[in-house]
Design a protein around this ligand. Sequence first.
Ligand SMILES: [Zn+2]
Length: 538
Amino acid sequence: MRHRYLLLAILALALQPSASDGQRWWTHIEFLADDSLQGRNVGTPGFEKAAGYVEQQFKEIGLKPGGTSGYRQAVKLESRVLVPEESTVALVRDGQSEPLEPREDATLSARGELNGSIDAPMVFVGYGLSVPEARWDDLAGLDLHGKIAVYVTAPVPAEMPDNVRSHVSSTGERWAVLRKAGAIGIATLPNGAAQPSGRGGAQASAAPRPAAPPSPQPTIVLADRELQEQAGQQVSLSVTRRGADKLLAGSGHSFDEIAALIRDKKPLPHFALTGTLRVHATLKREPLDSENVIGIYEGSDPKLKSEYVVMSAHLDHVGVGRPQNGDAIYNGAMDDASGVASVIEIARHLKASGAAPRRSIVFMTVTAEEKGELGSKYFAAHPTVPAGKIVADINLDMFLPLYPLKVIEVQGLTESSLGDAVRAAAKEQGVDVQTDREPEQNRFIRSDQYSFIRAGIPSLAFKFGYEFGSPEEKIRRDWVRDVYHKPNDDLNQKVDVDAAATFDRVIGGLLRRVADDPGRPAWNDTSFFKRFAKNHTH
Ligand SMILES: [Zn+2]
């Protein structure tokens, strides 16, 4: 008799409604965002504990190891710090050296490669962009060889779609163009026209995401210099409003004049600055080991199983930092333990359903997203499955299940055929889709999917959507303002776990569709990102 009850109990558990799916999803977050994991910063025991957890889950689900060593793909990183007392910046004019005060005037970044001294002329290059398709060229006719390029981090006023603007203004793209023109470093001036931000307010496209925690932390880069976005950049200097006045002194131009032009969305002048920039830097570099964790669900079609759909989420967060309300642990429950939990749950559901998708599926948690999408960049350069056989990336990063799911905001919805696939998958669950609510935030290129996009692979990312003026909009905006990259992105926030489970069903359905579709996903002809696609031979 006891056996019969046991059987009933198992049956009841197996048939439990979606509430248990949501609860199960939440238990992963409870582990990953626990204080004992100390915010999962790369190179810390907390991150390693998280990696071990994901590996164990993948193993229990029955995914095949997809790394270079079991489930793991080693990602070699480098930690860099500038020794403050041995790192100085000064303006040299007529043989006189005027020091720039750290933070007050200008902050030197350890992204620069200089370890020693340099004295270089400077050129103001406006927005610092060269975009042929928008007929915009800040570098035309300028000689940048051996010079520091000085530019404002303001959105370029040229006409172009938001995704394109995001791409050309990204740190890597910008530097690639400046480096080609001969520059040996950069100094960025603030966006003098920036308003207190609100919807449609002027925002710097290329402004770095808020660095949290704001206490000094080492800069982390990929160890392989070939993969470093800022390779060749000797000097990386961020200049304040006060410092900008000092840099521009004697040039015949003022920062007020430049700020007014930015406000009026006008082109900016280009001119040489007087004197040279003298930089001394002592750069300490240390190797740091981390890893991506990868499990594979093998496809069933004899031919298509050698193609792969990737589902990714980042495992790292920003660690321990400046305390807020007595809490110094940046737990990263939504960012991005939530995405990792969904990767695990979607894999588990797939396995439990006995599904036999035609293509293979790569379930992956990547490292060092918070340091500039380094883990995914490394995987895109050194995939553990044949590069040309990756057909799509479905990335989950902080999708914010803070209220019931009526509509999913899809980043990249109009860029590729994946848009139709997600529409169909959402419809099956009674959910609508919408395009990016805040295109000026450039989210399509602000997480790990961008590493795949740049490798030519159609990709999508998601958020819980909202209608403008709705209570949901307020909830999301308040969250971004009050919780994003703060210690209270922890286990004590209100999360709609049932809505998260619905979201997982939509994404699971999307994954199945992409895996089963006889044709591989394709960029739309109108997509700017189509240019990165290589000609895959089938
Ligand atoms: Zn983040």
